[in-house]
Design a protein around this ligand. Structure first.
Ligand code: TMP
Ligand code: ASP
Length: 238
């Protein structure tokens, strides 16, 4: 397996072509950004931590019937994934009100939601990832009805699996963001990453934040919190 030319460089990852058709090399950077790249810092080892955390989540989901783009770890900062045509819609699942939902609807952060909330945002930093509803997605032909029904079903199932999985590790899954893509043979499958960059994770015992809000809100101890997440995920890994 050889790393070839850069296909795409994002804020937190670099995607390389590989010698194997249909597969991409994902390299996790230490770059940490918030507010669409306005706030930016290098956090030592963040990329290593997110690579490992994402791989554990993908392996857990894969073993429980959710197809993902994840193939295997390549090195400390890299994983091999299936090449997807990413659908430019960020799918957000929420169990507890926080962040933009709390602001928008005036619900105090930490309020338990009676039903998980699914939101869609257009993946476009220049426009600040504006919120979409299902009709925008159809009108703009970002995905069709069959694809979106599939995505919705997978996102709720993923949430139903991750909530108890993390609870066992003393972590509340407040909310998280997923990205899906089209695979030529496997249809719509989960892509991107699942990490403390893309989730809100609160320690059940103390309520402490263990995710990128530590960076967004200048709380300090960002990589220490990510390291603790990895430690807990690894604790009773089979
Ligand atoms: P929000 O409350 O800012 O809308 O964020 C909801 C969740 O989505 C939170 O877990 C962070 C994640 N997220 C991303 O992964 N990327 C983004 O660009 C944004 C805005 C949120
Ligand atoms: N991912 C976005 C950024 O890096 C927004 C965020 O996570 O706050 O700017």
């Amino acid at each position: 397996m050889e790393k070839k030319e850069v296909l795409y460089e994002g804020k937190a990852k670099i995607i390389f072509e590989t010698s194997e058709p249909g597969y991409l090399w994902v390299y996790f950077k230490d770059d940490t950004t918030a507010f669409d790249g306005l706030k930016k810092e290098l956090l030592d080892d963040k990329g290593v931590l997110n690579n490992h955390i994402s791989s554990i989540f993908f392996e857990f989901l894969g073993a429980n019937g959710i197809p993902t783009h994840y193939e295997k770890l390549l090195d400390e900062r890299s994983m091999l994934v299936k090449r997807l045509e990413i659908i430019p819609v960020e799918v957000i699942m929420r169990n507890i009100a926080a962040g933009s939902m709390s602001k928008r609807l005036g619900i105090p952060e930490g309020t338990n939601l009676k039903h998980p909330v699914m939101e869609y945002c257009l993946k476009d930093d220049a426009l600040h990832d504006p919120m979409l509803n299902i009709h925008h997605i159809y009108a703009l032909e970002l995905a069709d009805k069959e694809e979106m029904e599939n995505i919705q079903e997978q996102a709720f199932r993923i949430n139903e699996m991750l909530v108890p999985y993390l609870e066992e590790k003393g972590i509340a899954l407040v909310d998280f963001k997923l990205e899906f893509g089209r695979h030529p043979r496997e249809g719509i499958i989960l892509g991107d990453e699942i990490s403390p960059d893309s989730c809100r994770l609160w320690d059940l015992a103390s309520g402490n934040k263990m995710d990128k809000d530590r960076f967004r809100r200048d709380l300090g101890g960002v990589t220490e919190a990510y390291r603790e997440v990895l430690k807990r995920l690894k604790k009773d890994e089979s």
